[in-house]
Ligand binder design. Sequence first.
Ligand code: GP9
Ligand code: MN
Length: 534
Amino acid sequence: VRPLKLKVNLLVELLALSLMGLNLLMAQKDRSGLLTRTFDNNYIVKYLGINEYAIYDGYKTAQTNVQMAKANVSDLRSVREYLKSNYVKPNPAYNGVAKGKNVLVIHLESFQQFLIGYKWKGKEVTPNLNKIYHQKDTISFDNFFNQVGQGKTSDAEMMLENSLFGLQSGSAMSTYGTSNTFESAPAILHQQAGYTTAVMHGGAGSFWNRDNAYKSFGYQYFMPLSFYKNKPGYYIGYGLKDKIFFDQSIKYIERLPQPFYLKMITVTNHYPYNLDKKNQSIDKTNTGDETVDGYVQTAHYLDQAIGELMRWMKKTGLDKKTLLVFYGDHYGISGNHRKASAELLKKDSFSDFDNLQFQRVPLMFHMKGLKGGINHTYGSEIDVLQTLLNLLGIKDKDTIQFGYDLLSKDAPQIVAQRNGDFITPEYSKVGSDYYYTKTGERIKPDKKLKAKLTAISNEVTTQLSLSDRVIDGNLLRFYRPKWFTKVKPKDYDYNKAASLKKLFDDPSKTSLWYQNHKKSTQKDFKTDAPELKK
Ligand code: GP9
Ligand code: MN
């Protein structure tokens, strides 16, 4: 009887696997990398069905456990030695210039650098962000690159919060966000400078495993979609429309004890770049590529939403107390749309090299009185945390972080891509080919140059694999700086009633609401969102 049962089991497994394959093929059509990205367990269940998911999950967990067991303290030693010998001193002239300010990080979904200053039919696509980009109290980077892998948004978040890279496959936040130990920005800012820490997002809390990962990062508050009113017409794609999201966030922001470290994750400018008619206020482009042509329209909408938020900040005086950080998480137009990309950039063709350069995204630090300007340093998402900590004058001695202060004169300016490609001010690598970054001309290196390029390439792989070891091996469980208290995810609860009770029942004297004579600033937020017209 036994062998027969085994055979049946095997058949069932095979059937499940092939069904999974079929489902996956169909699901992949809409969202490439569905399984490898593991962006949301609920979504995977939705697309693949529950049995197939159980198999997949079991396999994933087994894989994770093997990696964990293999890691040991000597791995940690190599990582620390590497970081020590590659230490870059932050720029002392900028140390602490934003000390004690609120930090408001605005996640610009799928927003590429080329949109800054871009015009379509004579109209600026992103006038509000363009203005911020050029203001004299904004430090704007024009050679700043995204480095995400399959984890997309979550990889960007992983890098900004931890200065650790996303993984070679899948999403580190999904796979390790629940179980790993982290020493992240919210915990550092809270412990070192008393910051209140929060994330607001008009999308599902389980997406990218945020509802667990943020606890491991030490975020005190997480306000996902369940904290927002979601009436018909409010939601598009993956979340609330940005204007509606901001409008409804005011009542929470104004209650946060200051200084706060707040991240707001926008989402309307997300593939497939659809926007309902009444929210369209710029024409689509006309490349004929359906995926691409709506991009300027949703970007324009996002920009308008930013404008509304900025005007509220000015009206309430919050702008004087806040360091704003804007960043684009990753490309909006993938390498599968070369013809359309060439057309948008008014180029004849669009090569692998062009696509690598197309990975530029905005990074801007904006604050009243900040000594700004357009900075040409080559840098990337892994570097944001170090740059921010220096501006805030927060000590982070002995942390395990792979980035460096972008304002440092000694910035090494080697931008790694998750697949091992790289960009420096002089050289770019795509696959096995090298190019001069300035001209895009392909390099046929002589022996000496070849050695130099190989050295950079090795440096990039070393960085990536050491960072991978930290995450795969959960190495931070073995180590923390003396001044850092370990984060206990159990201490955090994102239950709506409990969170709001904390914020509303015992109002903090340092909140904007309290300082506004215990009155809401909601009416100072002016929006032209058609859905909210009275
Ligand atoms: C949804 C969102 C989208 O919550 O942040 O993530 P992405 O698909 O860009 O990785
Ligand atoms: Mn994204």
